[in-house]
Design a protein around this ligand. Structure first.
Ligand code: TXA
Ligand code: MG
Length: 360
């Protein structure tokens, strides 16, 4: 497939950009695939009403078809078409939407029949998000239909947070890739199941448990802290959780310590051991510590230690670099878990698949 690339400045959607977006919208309406930037990660979008187009999303990504897609909308009129009216009337969804939309929150709600079963992986619910990114919103609006979009990575790779990642994974597999620069959040949206009581956070993101509880009391977080790996014996609430999540090609170990000095020491001791075995080592570090890992082959900093937003923005790019560099092993600093840091550590725990080293 011949993939066209449209470069659009999200901060300046001028006449030329609007023309480009109209062309992208045509492709969506005709059943094609368009990769679009959102504030979390890039999405691989198609008309959510079009079964064939949705089937092509799964094909392009290499994704199992029972893992449902998030449907992206540009306004509340679209919400009324895809979520059941009596559910909307209880007010929970609109209360949360008024506070967090447009933004990085996906809500799971009972769907109407206009959303084909292939979008929801056979479930009677749909995940809905109104993104904040100006290009995503303009594209949905111009298309006039909701856009179903998973993250625009090949299955098994980290979510793409910039155009280059999408090009690497999707060139030749989609009709259009929109280059809209870097995603500012960098981790995928919070997925919140609002169909039950309590509300249940299925995937942590930039909208935190505390944020949700500040609007509606009693939300809970699925206990992923305990899970660390993925327990396939349980039926997961979110189908996506049962699949092996992205992990780098090399085994990744998280170093957990009560202070940075111990952590840096422990990582350096391990580096010496690995270097004696002639293995190549990558370290996922923070700015304050990065210069201490002299023996490592590649050191990737995710930003200043106290800045979880920087960690979120840089995490997936850093992980892709280790794969590119072909390191044999990756050592990662434990990061603070405040704010979006909770979501960052959730992704890192999954990448580590249970490999956690407690530094004494
Ligand atoms: O930030 C994001 O959420 C990005 C951008 C493109 O919006 N999208 C994204 O989509 O991360 P995806 O498909 O990679 O992850 C969606 C997650 C999956 O874990 C899926 O199982 C879950 O949301 N999900 C979607 N619909 C669901 C539903 N009806 N019930 C339970 N979980 C659902
Ligand atoms: Mg994904």
């Amino acid at each position: 497939m011949n993939t066209r690339i449209f470069k659009i400045d999200p901060n300046n959607i001028d006449e030329a950009a609007q023309e480009a977006l109209r062309e992208c919208a045509m492709v969506i309406k005709e059943g094609g695939l368009v990769c679009m930037p959102t504030e979390t990660v890039y999405g691989l979008g198609a008309n959510a009403y079009d079964k064939q187009a949705v089937a092509n999303i799964f094909k392009a990504k290499g994704r199992p078809s029972d893992n449902p897609l998030i449907v992206h909308i540009s306004d509340y009129d679209m919400l009324e078409l895809i979520v059941q009216e009596d559910f909307l009337q209880n007010g929970i969804m609109t209360t949360l939407a008024d506070r967090f939309w447009p933004g990085p929150l996906t809500m799971i709600a009972p769907k109407t029949s206009i959303i084909p079963d292939c979008v929801s992986g056979g479930l009677n619910t749909v995940g809905v998000r109104l993104p904040r990114h100006p290009i995503a919103r303009a594209l949905i609006k111009a298309s006039g239909v909701p856009i179903a979009a998973p993250s625009a990575n090949l299955s098994g790779k980290p979510s793409p947070t910039c155009f280059e990642h999408v090009r690497e994974d999707m060139m030749g597999r989609v009709d259009i890739i929109i280059d809209g620069g870097d995603s500012d959040v960098g981790v995928e949206s919070t997925v919140l199941d609002i169909t039950g009581n309590p509300l249940n956070i299925l995937r942590p993101g930039a909208v935190t448990l505390d944020d949700v509880n500040s609007v509606i009391q009693g939300a809970m977080e699925q206990d992923w802290h305990l899970a660390h790996g993925i327990d396939t014996s349980e039926v997961p609430k979110s189908p996506g959780l049962k699949y092996k999540h992205y992990a780098p090609l090399a085994p990744l170990y998280i170093f957990d310590a009560d202070n940075c000095e111990k952590m840096v020491d422990a990582i350096n001791k391990k580096i010496i051991l690995e270097k004696n075995k002639k293995l190549s080592v990558g370290v996922l570090a923070t700015d304050e510590n990065r210069s201490y890992y002299r023996g490592a082959d590649i050191v990737q900093s995710v930003g200043r230690r106290d800045n979880s937003m920087e960690h979120a923005a840089n995490l997936f790019t850093s992980l892709r670099r280790f794969d590119e560099a072909g390191v044999d092993v990756i050592y990662a600093e434990m990061l603070p878990q405040t704010g979006v840091g909770d979501a960052v550590m959730n992704r890192l725990y999954r990448a580590a698949a249970g490999r956690i080293i407690k530094c004494e």
